[in-house]
Design a binder for this molecule. Structure first.
Ligand code: CMC
Length: 435
């Protein structure tokens, strides 16, 4: 049906012989896109792509993934290098502004974030409406959505200053709210943020400090957590980011859009996988059970997946997983968790899966969620907080993408079409005539 006529256009010929020339738009890297915007007007035909496997929903300059090579770039910089050489807030600045900050720019940005970390005192009362055993993601969806009721002056999304304030508020307050969700779940008092601490240390402080004794920050843990934040900061047009863009495209409150992103992230096929991986490793229990577990995964009737494996875009090793695997070894050794049984199972599971024809044929490799939970658990972070930590770190990506969308003159309200296969029009049947 479609054939390239020049590097810049493709001709689509319909079954009835009508043709339409469609532009092929190049990016700076990656596959070009066939611009189908005038297809419906010219031919009366929509495109069909459930799961958006072949659809570019927007133009973006923030993040690039080469899934075949296993490369992830933020604003052109390799994720491995950013994880090694930057702080999380430096990466946040890069994602938001397009360039790495100078010392002065970074100092101002850190100050702007640090001095927005407190939440309105009334927010602490919102938590009391939740059961203590609520999942932290459920609490975060509710409380972050509720920020729209507290910071209503940010709601003019066309005002750049308002957008900047909302950006700072979200990056600053999401850790406070995540830590509050944890404290609430264990019945401990909320811990206020400390402005003398860096971003990751402050989060550890709000998670683990108690009023009756001083809390000492473990710098190994803080640096490892900061690296985990960097590795989760953005990942182009994934399900949660696309959700944030879609909600934001209606002009809705950015706090509500981020709450929707958190909801999308929660699913086990997306960010919820990090929690599921830990459950899976514990269920496997010992290296000797790996082979039988993998047999079940390969059996289609068992409806099981190897959690932390596979990715829509990566058909090679996820570079974030490679950094986390190395980091897991280092952090566990530094924290004195030598021969951690879960890490041993994970490494052996990876080794066996990567040699197994099922996984080789489908190009299934470890993804970001495979090793992150092992590090978080070694830090004493409960499994139910794993996806909340992913959400915390991804907030900058969501808000950077939201800002880009609002400023994009091409962007319209997100409104997909459908292939309708239901009933054609028919006469109404009165209730007495039904059955
Ligand atoms: N274990 C076993 N088989 C798998 C897995 C897996 N983890 N992932 C994909 N497959 C198989 C799948 O059964 C299918 O096989 P077949 O062709 O025989 O039907 C084939 O591989 C292609 O799978 P798909 O479901 O069409 O691929 P997708 O691109 O729609 O799904 C995915 C991507 C991430 C949802 C999927 O790989 C998965 O469910 N992985 C496990 C959950 C997980 O780790 N998610 C985290 C993703 S990375 C971080 C994030 O996004 O938050």
């Amino acid at each position: 049906m479609s054939q390239a006529t020049s590097p810049a256009t493709a001709r689509v010929t319909m079954p009835d012989g009508r043709t339409v020339e469609l532009p092929v738009l190049p990016g700076t890297m990656g596959p070009p896109v066939l611009d189908v915007r005038k297809l419906y007007g010219a031919t009366g035909v929509f495109t069909y792509d459930p799961g958006y496997t072949s659809t570019a929903s927007c133009e973006s300059k923030i993040t690039y993934i080469d899934g075949d090579q296993g490369i992830l770039l933020h604003r052109g910089y390799r994720i491995e290098e950013l994880a090694e050489r930057c702080s999380y807030l430096e990466v946040c600045y890069l994602l938001l502004n397009g360039e790495l900050p100078t010392r002065e720019q970074l100092a101002k940005f850190v100050h702007d974030i640090t001095y927005h970390t407190m939440v309105h005192e009334q927010i602490s009362y919102l938590f009391r409406g939740f059961r203590r055993d609520s999942h932290p993601m459920a609490v975060m969806i509710g409380v972050i959505g509720a920020l729209s009721a507290f910071y209503y002056e940010d709601l003019d999304v066309d005002d750049p200053h308002a957008r900047m304030v909302v950006t700072h508020r979200l990056i600053a307050k999401v850790p406070t709210i995540a830590a509050m969700a944890y404290k609430y779940s264990i019945g401990q008092p909320f811990v206020y943020p400390r402005n003398d601490l860096d971003y990751a240390s402050n989060f550890l402080h709000m998670m683990f400090a108690v009023p009756c004794e001083p809390y000492r920050i473990n710098t190994v843990m803080a640096r490892a957590l900061d690296k985990i934040f960097i590795l989760h900061a953005d990942h182009e047009q994934n399900a949660s980011t696309s959700t944030v863009r879609l909600v934001g495209s209606t002009g809705a409150s950015p706090y509500a859009a981020i709450a929707a992103g958190i909801a999308a992230l929660w699913g086990p096929a997306h960010g919820g996988a990090n929690e599921a991986v830990l459950g899976m490793l514990k269920q496997i229990g010992s290296v000797s059970n790996i082979k039988s577990f993998l047999e079940k995964v390969k059996d289609k009737d068992a409806h099981m997946r190897l959690m932390g494996f596979g990715h829509r875009v990566y058909k090679n090793y996820d570079p974030r997983a490679a950094v986390l695997k190395k980091s897991a070894e280092e952090v566990l050794a530094e924290l004195g968790h030598k021969n951690n049984p879960l890490l041993e199972i994970a490494k052996e599971l990876e080794k066996i899966a990567l040699e197994d024809e099922y996984f080789v044929k489908r190009k299934l490799f470890p993804n970001v969620d495979f090793y992150s939970g092992i590090i978080l658990e070694a830090m004493g972070i409960p499994t139910r907080m794993f996806t909340a930590i992913f959400a915390l770190a991804r907030t900058v990506g969501w808000i950077a993408q939201w800002n880009e969308m609002i400023q994009d003159p091409q962007q319209k309200i997100g409104r997909p079409r459908q292939l309708y296969t239901g009933q054609t029009e028919r006469p109404f049947v009165p209730i007495e005539a039904r059955g």
